[in-house]
Every structure is written in C-alpha cells, then in structure tokens.
Design a protein. Sequence first.
Length: 79
Amino acid sequence: MEYTVQEQRLVNRALKVLESKLKTYSHSFSNPQLVVNYLRLLCEHEEREQFIVLFLNTQNQLISHEVLFQGTITIQGRL
C-alpha cells in the first residue's frame, strides 16, 4: 500500500504527538492495546519487517524506541 505525501505527513505528525504524550510521566505502556496501537502507527507505513526495541523505565514509560534491523522474512527450501 502506497501513502500519499499528505498521508505520510499525517502519520509522522501523529507519531510525534503520541510519542511526546507517552514520554510524560503520566502515561505508561501498562495497557497492551496501547503498545499495539503505538507499534501499528510506528510500523504501518514501512515496506519491510522491522525488529524494534522499546526502551521503558521501571514504570513502563517510554524512554525511546530503536530499529535494530529491517528486512524480509523468506523461508527457502523445505523443513
């Protein structure tokens, strides 16, 4: 799925707003659905799979996220 330039800008803006809200002390990743929503928004526009690490403090508050690697998953041959 291709995004228009306007749609990509909207997604990037939403990510910035969400990330800034999550980095305040009143918000945490204590709700699994919040994690799913954050990662969906973060990765939805990507064309390749990504292995992402979320760095949280002891109260499950987001410190930062980092993409460790990206690529595609292909299975060759038979198991």
